[in-house]
Unconditional design. Structure first.
Length: 185
């Protein structure tokens, strides 16, 4: 049975983007990017909302010749995985191995987890909040950057409570800290 994993790069105060929608400060360096690649390799399916998909689809067409080794590896990982985009407005996908669903249905995600061997990732805080609220998320990977942005789009929902068990942590030279949690049952 697959796990549903929520991963996010956030500011120390818990935002994935600041009040202006900027998240450039979250770009991982080569060390962190290599670590993220290791986290992403077991993923067989990515679940995205429209906005997160529109950010991530750049990995489909990005020229890789000028990119770092970690970025080239990530592009390969992302392109090899299936993608499900939840959107009421997106007409068609701009990437291979991608399908569009009009509504997030928790029972479909439960069935996906039961029917696949490779893990599933939920991307974006809005969709992750819905998955957390439905009790679908098994693990969280939070990479906290050494910056306080003071507001914006929160990585985790304000209106829910989820008990977590810390499985591990790691510090990086850049000041980023990785926290790995399992949802307590």
């Amino acid at each position: 049975m697959a796990r549903l994993i929520y991963s996010a790069i956030a500011s120390l105060d818990g935002y994935v983007a600041d009040d202006d929608g900027d998240f450039g400060w979250a770009a991982p360096d080569e060390e962190v990017h290599g670590f993220v690649n290791d986290l992403e390799r077991p993923i067989g399916t990515y679940l995205y909302g429209r906005r997160m998909y529109e950010v991530m689809v750049a990995w489909e067409t990005m020229g890789l010749a000028d990119q770092t080794p970690a970025m080239r590896q990530y592009a390969e990982i992302w392109r090899a995985a299936d993608k499900v985009v939840y959107s009421r407005t997106l007409e068609r996908a701009a990437s291979a191995r991608t399908r569009i669903e009009r509504a997030f249905e928790p029972e479909q995600i439960r069935q996906l987890k039961e029917s696949t061997e490779r893990d599933v990732s939920v991307g974006g805080p809005g969709l992750a909040a819905a998955a957390l609220g439905a009790g679908l998320v098994d693990e969280l990977h939070l990479l906290l950057g050494p910056i306080v942005v003071g507001g914006g789009k929160r990585a985790l929902p304000d209106d829910s409570r989820t008990e977590l068990e810390l499985l591990g942590e790691r510090r990086f030279g850049s000041g980023v800290v990785h926290l790995h949690y399992r949802v307590a049952v």
